[in-house]
Design a protein around this ligand. Structure first.
Ligand SMILES: *[C@@H]1O[C@H](CO)[C@@H](O)[C@H](O)[C@H]1NC(C)=O
Ligand SMILES: *[C@@H]1O[C@H](CO)[C@@H](O)[C@H](O)[C@H]1NC(C)=O
Ligand SMILES: *[C@@H]1O[C@H](CO)[C@@H](O)[C@H](O)[C@H]1NC(C)=O
Length: 979
């Protein structure tokens, strides 16, 4: 009893001291000295380049140490906690204090031996983590996150046996090796919280974590720690929070673990970004305590979405985005639920939006974008009153939007773009009071009522609809607007618009039939991107446009402009200029090189004359140069400089002469080079094999001559996918050593849709577009950008050596280029047999070896070419029976004419010993697989020409060789006949 009273007294005393001790006794002088020296020896360096990154995360920029003065009691300093009685410093929090530099072994800092809690987060101690940290034996809480410590975590850390919480996260150059990691875990028997995100643990495993651990919270995101999840880290008895995201290094290809424990105590489970495969195991229905489940960005998780996940009563956050889940969204959301965020985006779910979604009355964030959802958008979803973020974009949702809604007063972001929505855009959509971003682009809306648009809007995309009538005037007075897209609609009365956009950064007014430039002078001081392409603008670009210093992206393509190019030499900050498909005449003034910021310069499809200014070869940032289809003459620039960033150069269809400048071999970033249809006279540029990234080489229709020398480099032409040197005067044998080296043509890669197209380098690296959209929309990187680059599919693998004077036999190694889609050796002087190995090119869709002197029989192996749609063997010396079966039954006479020795179907000449056989029954077609073929390419080409010309450099980059047009035409006809 007595001792009980004693305790109570002691407790009271403690509380008393705790509240009033500051005014009584002062802090320990040793500790004070230690702190003062620690402060002075780590200089503040706010704003320096190295520390700025660290500071971006610190909202409070005031260094806590600013209050540390010799004259005051150190226990009263910000960030310092003293023991109420002993007055020793037991707690130190100097996070976000701008401290800098190495903590040396002789630092007084290590005298603070009574520390129980230490927080140095968000400072810049860019040196080895000292082993002396192992001397703070009383520590229970240690936070060294974001300190840029480096090197190995010292083994002495295992002496901190009282630790309850350890956070070493986001020290990218810190590593933890297996031995000391294991020792640490053995000793850390009180450890409840362990956060090691980004620490390099690639040499450690998860295995030391065993059932005896007291861990409640464990985060190993992006550590590279290895081990098989079957070891059931998920079933650790006390574990409530587990983050194993981004450890794909060890997970790749595993299935999600089935639980061995019957009751899992987990409340937070993050397994995102790991390339897990397969479906969600049934045992996940045991996670009844979950509040947060993140399985997003595994890319390969599939199967249906388990009903149980949607019915957990405590779940607030469910993210299954960026996987391959399919089937319908189970319509089971219960009346009582706690969902705040639901993300099923970037999957293959289909069917209608489940009606029980309307039960999710606490929902703040709903993302179902990039799926195959269909049907109408039910009113009930639009009455989820707490929604802040709603994304249903990139689906197949249809019909009109509900006319009236009750309330979405908190909604800041609304994305319905890329669906099949139609009729009038309802009033509520534009007038939601908190709205910042609205994207209704790429639908079939026809009407837009003249309403007061919400003044808060920053981002308004209405492009690519069928909107008619007047644009609400209130749109033009939105003072907060940063991006506006009205492109591709049928608005009337676009004139006398009074623009007033003090903050506007991007304005897209393409394809609106404009005949005059919008009156933007001094109305858009912040404008960076302006797209006026595909209108009817004529004459000369107005003066104010050249005076707009903020402008960096300007698309004026597909108009009727005659403006001289030299005017643009005043637009110093442009990095993107597209004037293609206009009526520009005159020459390309060399003053254009004053705009040293150019990354992309597109002047194609005009009537420009004169020489290409040599200074263009030296523009330090120029990555894409497209001058195709003009009347340029003279020679190519000969002074390409070392480390040129040139990535794409299209100079085709001009009147260029002279030789190929060897300095092009300095352009080591070059991927696409098209010089077709000029008058260049030279030998084969065999120095070009040194370009490591060269993917597309088109030298068609020039005056190139002579034999092609053997390959000189071991690694020449490894990346090449399109090799077109047709219609020249090359002779001697086909360059066999090249074919042997075309490594990229040997691979058959099944690209996912979003990886299929070649991307220009400037867009791939972290330049404007990529970053901007990636950071603004974390989940979707392809929000409707009105710029559609038509691109080359990476599996468009082609060799064209036609119309030269090649002799000798077709090399047998051609059969190794398994990725080939089209092969054209026609109109040469090739002889010998058709190699059987061509039968291995099972992706081939077009084969033209006509007009040569090939002999012997047609190899039976060619019937293996299941995707072959175009076959031309005409005008050779082939003999014997035409093989039958499969695709071969579809080719007509003209595939074979001019070979007097051939017989059998489809020729009318029967073979001697063979009865004429009727063609296979039509059922054959139903059995054959017809995969993506020329149709898609044809459509691509068609669109490129009709719609995409503005930026269609990647479609038109090769032009369309004669044979391709024919082949494509033939292929299409054949397909139609089959239907
Ligand atoms: C702090 O003040 C004490 C006495 O006022 C003095 O002796 C000491 O030198 C001072 N220390 C520093 C670091 O200025
Ligand atoms: C600590 O050691 C460094 C050299 O390692 C020396 O330059 C510095 O003066 C020492 N600091 C103190 C406080 O003794
Ligand atoms: C475990 O902690 C105790 C107490 O701090 C210490 O004496 C011992 O050396 C530690 N063991 C290891 C393996 O570090």
């Amino acid at each position: 009893m007595e001792s009980w009273v004693g305790w109570l007294l002691l407790l009271c005393c403690h509380m008393f001291f705790f509240h009033f001790s500051f005014s009584h006794s002062l802090c320990n002088p040793h500790d004070k000295l230690a702190l003062l020296q620690f402060k002075t020896s780590h200089t503040f360096s706010f704003g320096s380049a190295e520390t700025s990154l660290t500071y971006a995360a610190c909202s409070d920029m005031d260094p806590k140490t600013a209050t540390w003065k010799n004259e005051t009691d150190c226990c009263s300093w910000v960030g310092v906690t003293c023991h109420p009685i002993s007055r020793r410093v037991i707690g130190l929090d100097v996070s976000c204090s701008g401290l800098y530099g190495e903590i040396l072994p002789n630092s007084t800092f290590f005298y603070l031996s009574h520390l129980q809690s230490l927080n140095l987060a968000f400072n810049y101690f860019n040196f080895q983590l000292s082993s002396l940290f192992g001397g703070f034996l009383s520590l229970t809480h240690l936070n060294l996150s974001y300190c840029t410590f480096e090197g190995e975590i010292p083994s002495q850390i295992s002496q901190l046996s009282k630790l309850e919480s350890l956070d070493l996260s986001h020290n990218l150059w810190l590593s933890w090796k297996e031995r000391s990691w294991k020792k640490f875990l053995q000793n850390a028997t009180f450890l409840k919280e362990l956060i090691l995100d980004d620490v390099d643990m690639t040499q450690s495993s998860m295995w030391p974590l065993n059932q005896s651990t007291s861990l409640v919270s464990l985060s190993l995101s992006n550590t590279g720690v290895w081990g098989n999840l079957k070891n059931n880290i998920i079933c650790l008895p006390k574990l409530e929070q587990l983050n194993l995201s981004y450890i794909s290094y060890s997970i790749n290809g595993q299935h999600l673990p089935s639980l061995s424990c019957s009751v899992a105590s987990l409340t937070i489970l993050d397994l995102s970004y790991n390339y897990f495969e397969g479906s969600i195991p049934v045992s996940f229905s045991n996670f009844t305590h979950l509040t947060v489940l993140d399985l997003s960005h595994n890319l390969y998780l599939n199967g249906s979405i388990p009903t149980s996940l949607l019915t957990f009563s405590s779940l607030t956050f469910l993210d299954l985005g960026f996987n391959q889940f399919s089937g319908q969204i189970p319509n089971v959301f219960p009346q009582s639920n706690n969902f705040e965020k639901l993300d099923l985006s970037h999957n293959n779910v289909e069917g209608e939006l489940p009606s029980t979604l309307s039960n999710l009355q606490h929902l703040i964030h709903l993302d179902l974008s990039m799926n195959k959802l269909s049907g109408q958008i039910p009113l009930s979803i639009l009455n989820l009153q707490y929604l802040i973020f709603l994304d249903l974009s990139h689906n197949r949702l249809e019909g009109p939007l509900p006319n009236k809604i009750r309330s979405l007063s908190n909604l800041t972001q609304l994305y319905f773009n890329d669906n099949l929505l139609n009729e009038t855009i309802p009033v509520w959509c534009l007038s939601l009071p908190s709205l910042l971003k609205l994207d209704l682009s790429y639908n079939q809306f026809t009407g837009l009522l003249s309403v007061m648009v919400s003044q808060s809007i920053e981002f308004l995309y209405l492009c690519n609809n069928k909107l008619r009538g007047n644009i609400p005037q209130s749109i033009f007075t939105l003072v907060n607007l940063r991006q506006l897209c009205l492109s591709s609609n049928n608005f009337s009365h676009f004139y006398n618009v009074n623009y007033n956009f003090p903050r506007l950064e991007k304005l897209y007014l393409s394809s609106l039939g404009l005949t005059e430039f919008p009156k933007l002078a001094r109305k858009v001081p912040m404008l960076r991107d302006l797209d006026l392409s595909n209108n009817k603008l004529n004459g000369i670009v107005p003066e104010w446009l050249h005076e707009m210093d903020s402008l960096s992206f300007l698309n004026l393509s597909q108009n009727l402009l005659t403006t001289p190019i030299k005017q643009f030499s005043r637009n110093y900050n442009l990095y993107f200029l597209d004037l293609s498909f206009n009526l520009l005449t005159g020459d390309i003034s060399s003053s254009i090189c004053n705009v040293s910021s150019f990354k992309v310069l597109l002047l194609s499809h005009n009537k420009l004359v004169g020489v290409i200014p040599p200074c263009l070869a030296n523009l330090s940032s120029l990555s894409i140069l497209d001058l195709q289809r003009n009347k340029l003459n003279g020679t190519l620039p000969s002074n390409f400089s070392m480390n040129s960033p040139l990535n794409v150069m299209n100079l085709n269809d001009n009147q260029l002469e002279g030789i190929l400048p060897e300095s092009l071999s300095n352009c080591t970033q070059l991927e696409i080079l098209n010089l077709a249809n000029n008058q260049i006279e030279d030998k084969f540029p065999d120095w070009i094999q040194t370009l490591p990234m060269l993917t597309v080489l088109v030298l068609r229709a020039n005056r190139l001559y002579g034999p092609i020398p053997s390959l000189k480099m071991k690694h020449g032409f490894l990346s090449l996918l399109i090799f077109d040197i047709s219609s020249n005067y090359f002779n001697d044998s086909i360059p066999k050593t090249y074919i042997q080296n075309f490594q990229a043509m040997k691979n058959v890669i099944r690209y996912k849709v979003d990886e299929l197209y070649m991307q220009p380098y400037w867009n791939r690296s972290t330049t404007e577009f990529a970053t901007e959209f990636a950071t603004e929309f974390v989940t979707v990187t392809t929000k409707a950008i009105p710029m559609t680059f038509k691109k080359i599919p990476k599996n468009f693998i082609t060799i064209d050596l036609s119309r030269n004077k090649f002799e000798g036999e077709i090399p047998y190694v051609i059969g190794e280029l398994h990725g080939l889609k089209a092969l054209n050796f026609s109109h040469n002087r090739l002889n010998g047999p058709i190699p059987q190995s061509i039968g291995n090119l099972t992706n081939l869709e077009s084969l033209d070896i006509s007009s040569n002197m090939l002999m012997d029989r047609i190899p039976k192996e060619l019937t293996n070419l299941n995707f072959l749609e175009v076959l031309n063997l005409s005008y050779n010396h082939l003999v014997g029976e035409i093989p039958e079966g499969k695709q071969f039954n579809t080719f007509e006479n003209n595939s074979y004419i001019g070979n007097s020795g051939l017989c059998g179907f489809p020729l009318s000449k029967y073979c001697n010993n063979t009865e004429h056989q009727s063609p296979s029954s039509p059922s054959f077609w139903r059995e054959e697989r017809f995969q993506f073929g020329w149709e898609v390419v044809v459509i691509g080409y068609g669109c490129g020409i009709i719609f995409g010309i503005g930026l269609g450099i990647f479609v038109l980059f090769i032009g369309r060789p004669e044979w391709l047009v024919k082949m494509v035409g033939g292929g299409l006809r054949r397909k139609m006949r089959r239907m």
